[in-house]
Design a protein. Structure first.
Length: 235
């Protein structure tokens, strides 16, 4: 039992998931854990068991990378009268050692972003940073932020996930938009009362201006009429 106390919140669950991640060996991609939980958290875990794999199932403080990439699978829940005993499987998107570069990149971004920048300036800085350091992967092999941090290239999903993770790390309210028709993914940022749409994939490949797809009106409407938010910004 990792925690002798009864867990009562997503935050406490997140801390357990974080602890399990750091206890894992470099080659491990998942790790089991037994916890005690109250009824409210039991109801939440049963809900995410139905929606297995959704983004941000819990809250992990001080690590946007882990907050977005760790997944908890519910293996078993037993009623112990005063509490519930729950067997969980903390799953990583890849082997633990693959997280190293992305975790380092997150800390680097936190350090280089100047104090006093507005959210709009942070978004512009992050757009420039990503488009200058990540190339589009025409072989479609680097499909995640983890891969992009290692190879310095990525698909649209990698670009969008990287902007999401690094954006949240510096305090931005970031979400992801996707279109099956366009086979594409991009981001939006909430700044004040405005929603800004940003496509770092297009910005990285556009030779005219790397801020072309960064505006406060929806983008790709003609090519992606089916577009929808797939990861909501956290307020």
């Amino acid at each position: 039992m990792v925690n002798k106390d009864i867990l009562t919140s997503k935050e406490e669950l997140g801390l357990v998931a974080k602890k399990i991640f750091y206890e894992a060996e470099d080659k491990e991609a998942y790790k089991p854990v037994m916890v005690k939980i109250n009824e409210e958290l039991k109801d939440f875990l049963e809900e995410i068991r139905i929606r297995d794999g959704i983004d941000k199932q819990f809250i992990i403080p001080a690590s946007s990378t882990l907050n977005n990439l760790l997944v908890v699978r519910v293996e078993d829940i037993k009623d112990k009268s005063d509490y519930y005993e729950c067997e969980l499987l903390v799953q990583f998107f890849a082997e633990k050692e693959d997280f190293k570069k992305l975790l380092e990149l997150e800390e680097r971004i936190k350090e280089v972003v100047e104090e006093g920048l507005t959210d709009l300036e942070k978004a512009e800085f992050l757009n420039d940073f990503i488009t200058e350091n990540i190339n589009y992967d025409r072989d479609h092999r680097s499909r995640s932020s983890l891969a992009a941090a290692i190879t310095h290239k990525g698909t649209c999903t990698a670009f969008a996930q990287l902007f999401l993770i690094l954006g949240e790390a510096i305090g931005l309210k970031v979400g992801c938009i996707s279109s099956k028709e366009m086979k594409h993914r991009w981001n939006y940022v909430i700044i004040g009362d405005e929603r800004y749409y940003i496509d770092t994939t297009f910005n990285a490949t556009n030779k005219i201006s790397n801020k072309l797809f960064f505006q406060n009106t929806p983008i790709h409407l003609e090519k992606a009429p089916d577009q929808k938010i797939v990861v909501n910004a956290i307020y």
